[in-house]
Design a protein around this ligand. Structure first.
Ligand SMILES: O=c1[nH]c(=O)c2ncn([C@@H]3O[C@H](COP(=O)(O)OP(=O)(O)OP(=O)(O)O)[C@@H](O)[C@H]3O)c2[nH]1
Ligand SMILES: [Mg+2]
Length: 197
């Protein structure tokens, strides 16, 4: 069976990649299965693109094989783009989705509904040893809810209402999320993913 390595330890992302590649008969392996003992790649870049590149290139070099990485996050207009590239660790290094959501709601307490516009951004990097890394960007526009709702997905999904919907991303099924998400919009642009297998 063909196999793709994704340089992530985020189970929520992994589940979405599994769904995307299943129809092609491709197995998705993440750092959770293949490289538990590796130290985390430090996300020292100042953009999604830089951090996706760091993760993909460092793991591709370590494993000496092609690797895909995903750097993503939530960009909130009323917060001048925060949490952005710091989305995973917004409320601290322990990376708690619950604490991140609480902090986001608190920081938007005074912001009325029509000013709560936001977008999820995902940049995918394909690193192949000896080749130049390629990047693909996907976006999903929406707004931040007043209260968390729903239990599907991960991260800020309970607070994110995609444009054109009344429900939060966490109230949508995984199939519905995967049709409109920033991650799916980035994946749809991958033209050269065969070189990952
Ligand atoms: O509600 C959400 N639905 C999504 O679809 C989504 N995609 C990203 N995010 C948020 O952005 C961080 C990524 O940060 P990130 O790219 O550094 O990933 P991470 O640190 O979780 O794992 P890794 O891939 O770096 O190992 C995540 O933790 C989440 O907080 C999402 N939230
Ligand atoms: Mg990370």
């Amino acid at each position: 069976m063909k196999e793709i390595i994704i340089a992530t330890r985020n189970k929520g992302k992994v589940n979405e990649f599994i769904d995307f590649f299943k129809p092609y008969g491709i197995k998705v392996q993440s750092l959770l299965e293949i490289a538990e003992q590796l130290p985390d790649v430090e996300e020292t870049g100042d953009s999604f693109a830089e951090n996706a590149t760091l993760k993909a290139e460092q793991i591709a070099e370590l494993l000496n094989r092609p690797v895909l990485a995903d750097d993503s996050g939530l960009v909130v207009d009323a917060l001048h783009g925060a949490p952005g590239i710091y989305s995973a660790r917004y409320a601290g290094e322990e990376k708690s989705d619950e604490a991140n959501n609480q902090k986001l709601l608190k920081n938007l307490q005074e912001v009325p509904q029509d000013k709560r516009t936001a977008r999820f951004v995902c940049v995918l990097a394909i690193a192949v040893p000896g080749e130049e890394t390629t990047l693909y960007r996907g976006v999903c526009e929406g707004k931040i809810a007043l209260n968390p709702k729903g239990t599907n997905g991960f991260g800020y999904d309970p607070l994110f209402i995609p444009n054109g919907y009344q429900q939060t991303m966490a109230e949508l099924s995984s199939a519905e999320k995967n049709q409109i998400s920033h991650r799916s919009n980035a994946i749809k642009q991958l033209k050269n993913w065969e070189k990952l297998t």
